[in-house]
Write a protein that binds this ligand. Structure first.
Ligand code: HEC
Length: 171
């Protein structure tokens, strides 16, 4: 009897979407699963309303780094381990170094190509006064030309990236 089971698995989807949509603001890193699911054939009304709302939800790239105060106050929940940090550094090499430089000096090839002026993280003063929560928020949501990392790396990896970035001034 495949049919009743199939319907059952579809049922929670609108409820899930409702839960996602009822969240105030987008301070928390967005779930990668928020992309509208193509379920219009089975649930026409729910699908049509949620598609537009979810679409508006994904526009998280703001030109200036406007980080909500709650996000600024977030404390790194991840205990950094050598393995975790090494993994974050590998992701940094793939996704960030082309702009921020493999040593964090802000002189990556793409930064030069795009004529970007990027903070030199090898200087301790560059990240002073910027709390972990702010860095995490910018990494997960992106900022202007900088793409969001959410969906490519796990929150745990993004928190470890905050530690990696801060370590560039200690070498
Ligand atoms: C297309 C180039 C580009 C890429 C790729 C990129 N960034 Fe950025 N990033 C920028 C620019 C430009 C800024 C804003 C200027 C600045 O703050 O130096 C910025 C700002 C930041 C900030 C805010 C702190 C600060 O110094 O202002 C953090 C943290 C950051 N990036 C981390 C990352 C991480 C981690 C990655 C990879 C997951 C990444 N960025 C990928 C261009 C980029």
């Amino acid at each position: 009897m495949p049919k009743p089971i199939f319907l059952l698995t579809l049922l929670p989807l609108p409820i899930l979407l409702l839960l996602v949509l009822s969240r105030p603001g987008a301070q928390a890193p967005q779930q990668p699963q928020t992309t509208p699911a193509p379920t219009s054939s089975t649930a026409p009304t729910a699908a049509s309303t949620t598609t537009t709302a979810a679409g508006a939800n994904t526009a998280a790239t703001t030109p200036a780094a406007t980080v909500p105060p709650e996000a600024m106050r977030m404390v790194n929940p991840v205990k950094p381990t050598p393995n975790g940090l090494a993994h974050a550094k590998t992701i940094y090499g793939y996704d960030c170094a082309m702009c921020h430089g493999s040593n964090g000096n802000g002189q990556g090839d793409l930064a030069a190509q795009m004529k970007l002026t990027i903070e030199d993280w090898t200087k301790p003063a560059s990240l002073q006064g910027k709390p972990d929560g702010e860095l995490f928020y910018i990494i997960s949501n992106g900022n202007g030309v900088m793409p969001p990392e959410t969906g490519r790396a796990k929150p745990e990896d993004m928190w470890n990236m905050v530690v990696v970035i801060r370590s560039f001034s200690k070498q």
